[in-house]
Design a protein around this ligand. Structure first.
Ligand SMILES: O=C(O)CCC(=O)C(=O)O
Length: 992
């Protein structure tokens, strides 16, 4: 889970475990909902990243009061708070008045110390509690009534909204003093104060109440205070949430809902007068309990789901997040078919699944980057920056749905507490991007298998081991399933996302095929593990390592198995691989030199210590038997007996006609196997040193590096040098400045010179017009493209050798100042909340003038008076050319300087940030670049969105002007430089 950026950050809904649990909750009925919340809480508690997200959310949703550094002592590790976190997001997803819920919880929390022990058994609060100080001021709502009885609360404390300045929705909810008047009303609240969904600031800037959206069916909206404390809450009728409808606040007799309502939390939060108190509380042992009959369901869950870390699932699950705001259509299972048993099964399933799902939150294309021979499997990382996440290209998409994998009791489990690492790994990283940019043996942003030319280079052990996956003999023997085709959520640019079930793996599938080839060739590969790999015996996360390189392994055996599945088939075919440590690397780094450490790390089935280390068995010591049906040989893997492991054989996976549930590895199968590798590759990435041509912007310089001091892999995030993100060691390679002439040889494709207009785009290209540049620049050509439906115009003022003198100088200054650190060009984290870990832009940038939220916000902004001369020079040139082209002064007050090393680019986006003026203009320097415009998915032309509406070639000295809001509303653009390039783009921000 990424950290939320506001308390109502909907993107969290795209993340696990919220995604699965919210979905499951929507399918559940009765007691199932409690169990779901319990499981959610359990899972969150075993997941440090998710806890961090919850913590961040808590701070945003419950900001500290004036004198507090911490909010009410709230902790994300508090089960009650996690339940609130979940409930809020569940309501958010259901579009069911989450703000109302949050306000209610906030009020409860603020009042809870005083109200504890003062509530009646039926849930009413005492009058004493109503006078509690809230948010630094005394509640004035403590007037009348005991508030202890059913229905006593209504009619009191109508919350009055105050007129004032409107605030945007992500503002933290703040609670101010209670309203003075407490008369029940059925009239609509003052309707002219704020539009739906907006909150209002009081004169002091705090929020006095929240104006909630009313559904069309809602005839009225009333503001009440609860009995205590007297703060505004809202009653909605019409399409009201059942949990809210049962609230005593509404005055509705709650008996129809008590004990039946599936919305347990909402119910328990608001309904304090039920015969059955379903309030969520902390019991003596600080455990989260729900005191209702439904609680029994939660308690009846197997203890393992509470005391153990969520069990790893037996097959990998790939999650492709939905686009922002996109609805996910789950194909299966349908609501009708999901009974209580199904829910229980899914619960465990999701628990096991979710950890891997955290790591699988990106999808990629392979276009544009597949130039290098050694890059045939490298995904286009910058496409990840696209809000449009396409289906994975890494693992073959299944042709049709078949089976969904389910819990297997024999899946390995691991206790929650793992010891910290004994030593830091020699190669480790915090984000997948760091691995992929710095470590040549693993460059797959999504899949667990990285192969090139059908040969596996790296294999990532992720969070969901399957049954019979093992980490044996201190990690010298690792058995894992691999090859994709696990369940996933497919997401397309246009149309709803779909839930895709797991499929049978086949030997011809890309990853399986590559693994099988590595197996038959006995070719070493590199194993990596992420912090969620449950079988690794140390706590990687405690040392800050999300990914570690284990070392070189080879595959001694490969075979197919059945794994259980939850649909009609009941199972799927999965390929298993036995990886063995390549001798010649010394002992694994996670094992200290102390001899008994290996023992400590081994699993109980180990016998590697008893096997003679100096006398390992030859490879053929593992017996193989030919099947009488298919004649294919399969190894004796399990102690229970030999089985045919050829999935196309009718005897596959059958032991004398039976399928055994419990299988143990045969001792001989796990015994060490001698295998001599004459030269194993050095896995530590080499550092770049001086180059022959002194060019330091080539592709190799854009890649990450490995810090020799601390082992961390870091992306290159600073222009002027490499810097370790852990210990801040730096590495600089001196280079030279480049001049524009070096890029003159770049030729565009033969079919066009400056531009190409898409056939069905409706764009009209005007004939080039001569254009006098003034200032000794002579004449040039000026191209204009008129967009359909008066959406705007795009102008391209071409540079010329004569006119480019200033551009040449600006280009030189940019390079010099960036190299010296005067201009801080950085790769900033993308504001994509879908990705696990930080994900940096695929270009360097620096912003001057007004902050530009799209890249770095205020953190990436220096005011114009502190901007280096390169930026000021670029701005002056852009202003001048724009004035000549548009015959008016454009009050540009922001300039984003973007620098691209070879193969870097800016992916599709539109400059549609709130508050941007209609004119955006850019100056191109250095290498030529393609600029493609395409219709946004929301636009009428969406069906042609895959083809470009317009392509321009931007060359050194060219100025491009986008004129008109409609361009950003209806189109998005990408810029793909041919080589090293700098661009300065000017905008008007916040100018009315
Ligand atoms: O010209 C460029 O490099 C990209 C400019 C751009 O699209 C932007 O800054 O938004």
């Amino acid at each position: 889970m990424e950290l939320p950026i506001s308390w109502n950050d909907t993107s969290l809904l795209d993340h696990e475990p919220l995604l699965s649990y919210c979905y499951l909750y929507s399918l559940s009925s009765r007691g199932g909902s409690k169990a779901i919340i319990n499981n959610f809480v359990n899972e969150m508690q075993g997941n440090s990243r998710a806890l961090a997200a919850a913590q961040a959310w808590l701070r945003l949703a419950f900001p500290p009061r004036n004198d507090e550094t911490e909010t009410l002592g709230l902790s994300a590790n508090d089960p009650k708070m996690l339940a609130i976190f979940f409930e809020f997001y569940r309501l958010l997803q259901a579009k069911n008045h989450p703000a109302e819920y949050l306000l209610q919880k906030k009020r409860e929390l603020l009042s809870s110390p005083a109200t504890q022990g003062t509530q009646s058994g039926r849930g009413g609060h005492s009058a004493k509690a109503r006078g509690r100080e809230v948010n630094g001021s005394r509640s004035r709502g403590s007037g009348s009534g005991s508030g202890s009885g059913q229905g006593q609360g209504h009619g009191r404390g109508r919350g009055r909204r105050r007129s004032g300045q409107e605030c945007s929705s992500p503002t933290p909810l703040a609670i101010t003093e209670a309203p003075q008047e407490h008369s029940r009303t059925s009239e609509a609240p003052e309707s002219n104060d704020a539009p739906d969904g907006k909150c209002m600031r009081d004169s002091s800037g705090g929020i006095s109440s929240i104006d909630l959206p009313i559904s069309p069916q809602s005839p009225s909206q009333e503001y009440y205070s609860d009995d205590v404390p007297s703060l505004p809450v809202c009653q909605l009728s019409g399409s009201i949430h059942p949990g809210l409808a049962s609230s005593s606040l509404s005055g509705v007799d709650s008996t129809t809902h008590a004990g039946q309502d599936t919305q347990v939390l909402a119910n328990s939060n608001l309904s304090q007068n039920h015969g059955q108190d379903s309030r969520l509380q902390l019991d003596d042992s600080d455990h989260f309990i729900a005191r209702s009959s439904e609680l029994m369901v939660a308690r009846a869950l197997p203890p393992s789901t509470r005391s153990l870390r969520p069990l790893p699932r037996k097959v990998a699950t790939k999650y492709i997040p939905p686009r922002h705001g996109q609805q996910i259509t789950y194909v299966q299972p349908s609501r009708q078919t999901l009974d209580q048993e199904g829910i229980d099964r899914l619960l465990t399933d999701i628990g096991r699944n979710a950890s891997l799902m955290h790591s699988q939150t990106i999808s990629v294309h392979m276009e544009d980057w597949a130039h290098d021979d050694d890059q045939d499997d490298v995904e286009d990382v910058d496409d990840i920056a696209n809000e449009f996440d396409a289906p994975s290209t890494n693992d073959a998409l299944p042709p049709s749905s078949s089976c969904k994998e389910v819990t297997d009791v024999s899946a390995p489990t691991i206790e929650e507490q793992k010891p910290p690492l004994l030593a830091m790994p020699p190669i480790w990283a915090e984000s997948r991007q760091e691995v992929c940019e710095s470590f040549d043996y693993f460059r797959s942003y999504q899949g667990g298998v990285y192969s090139s030319k059908d040969i596996v280079k790296g294999y990532l052990l992720g969070g969901s081991p399957a049954s019979r996956d093992i980490f044996h003999c201190g990690g010298k023997v690792i058995i894992s399933h691999g090859g994709g085709k696990s369940e996933s959520i497919l997401d397309y640019r246009v149309g709803p996302a779909r839930f895709q079930q797991a499929q049978d793996q086949e030997a011809t599938d890309k990853s399986v095929r590559a693994l099988l080839r590595s197996y038959t060739d006995k070719r070493p590969l590199v194993l990596l593990a992420d912090e969620k790999y449950a079988l690794f015996p140390f706590d990687l996360g405690a040392s800050g390592c999300t990914y570690v390189v284990l070392g070189s392994y080879w595959i001694s055996h490969a075979w197919a198995e059945y794994q259980p599945a939850s649909n009609g088939c009941g199972r799927v075919v999965r390929w298993k691989f036995a990886f063995r440590w390549c001798e010649g690397q010394g002992n694994p780094w996670w094992i200290s030199s102390k001899s008994n450490d290996v023992d400590m790390l081994s699993d109980p089935t180990r016998d590697c210590q008893s096997a003679p280390r100096q006398d390992p068995s030859p490879p053929n010591a593992v017996a193989s038997v030919a099947c009488s049906k298919c004649s294919q040989k399969s190894p004796v893997v399990y102690s229970q007996g030999w089985m045919c492991l050829n999935p196309s054989c009718t005897s596959f996976w059958s032991l004398g006609g039976r399928e055994l549930e419990q299988l143990d590895y045969d001792t001989a199968f796990l015994r060490p196997i001698a295998m001599l590798f004459t030269s194993l590759p050095e896995l530590r990435p080499a550092k770049l040193i001086e180059t022959m041509d002194s060019i330091t912007t080539s592709y190799a310089f854009s890649k990450g590096w490995h810090c020799e001091k601390c082992g961390r892999l870091s992306s290159r995030f600073k222009w002027e040098h490499w810097e370790c993100s852990n210990c801040h060691s730096i590495h600089k390679v001196p280079g030279r400045l480049r001049i524009a002439k070096e890029f003159w040889h770049q030729r565009p494709p033969a079919e066009f010179l400056h531009s190409r207009v898409g056939k069905q785009s409706g764009i009209i290209a005007r004939r080039p017009e001569p254009f006098e540049l003034g200032d000794g620049g002579g004449f040039t050509n000026y191209l204009t493209f008129i967009l359909p439906h008066e959406r705007g115009r795009i102008h391209l003022i071409l540079g010329t050798p004569l006119a480019n003198k200033r551009a040449d100088e600006v280009f030189r200054q940019y390079q010099e100042q960036a190299d010296e650190g005067e201009l801080l060009l950085r790769r900033y984290p993308l504001r994509l909340k879908k990705l696990r870990g930080t994900f940096l832009t695929n270009y360097f940038s620096q912003n001057s003038g007004e902050p530009y939220q799209y890249v770095g916000g205020t953190g990436n902004t220096v005011p114009f008076d502190k901007a280096p001369s390169s930026v000021c020079g670029a701005l002056a040139l852009i202003k001048e050319r724009s004035r000549l082209a548009l015959q008016k002064d454009i009050p540009f007050n922001e300039i984003l300087s973007a620098a691209y090393m070879e193969k870097q680019k800016m992916s599709f986006h539109s400059d549609s940030e709130h508050g941007l003026g209609p004119v955006v203009a850019s100056l191109s320097l250095g290498s030529a670049a393609f600029m493609h415009f395409r219709a946004r998915a929301t636009s009428k032309e969406a069906k042609h969105a895959s083809s470009n509406a317009l392509t321009l070639i931007l060359r050194h000295g060219d100025v491009l002007i986008m004129e008109g809001d409609g361009i950003q509303q209806h189109y998005e653009h990408t810029v793909i430089p041919m080589n090293f390039r700098i661009a300065a783009t000017a905008r008007c921000i916040g100018i009315a």
